[in-house]
Design a protein around this ligand. Structure first.
Ligand code: ZN
Length: 65
């Protein structure tokens, strides 16, 4: 399909507003600091933390052991 410039402006509900940067993680989703690397995302030896994949945070379900 091609040739419909007016339709390109349509965006779904996810439309970021200028000047309003929301973090990817939403509160209540169970985002916690990774204990394995203490939120650094890396191990003391410099390797990437396998628990959080280097993000420093882990998503844990509420009520999960
Ligand atoms: Zn980690």
């Amino acid at each position: 399909m091609s040739g419909d410039p007016g339709n390109e402006g349509y965006v779904p509900s996810q439309s970021p507003r200028p000047g309003d940067e929301a973090p990817a993680g939403t509160p209540g989703a169970g985002e916690n600091t990774c204990r394995h690397c203490a939120g650094k995302g890396r191990m003391p030896d410099g390797s990437m933390c396998e628990d959080c994949n280097g993000t420093g945070v882990v998503l844990s379900e509420i009520g999960g052991a």
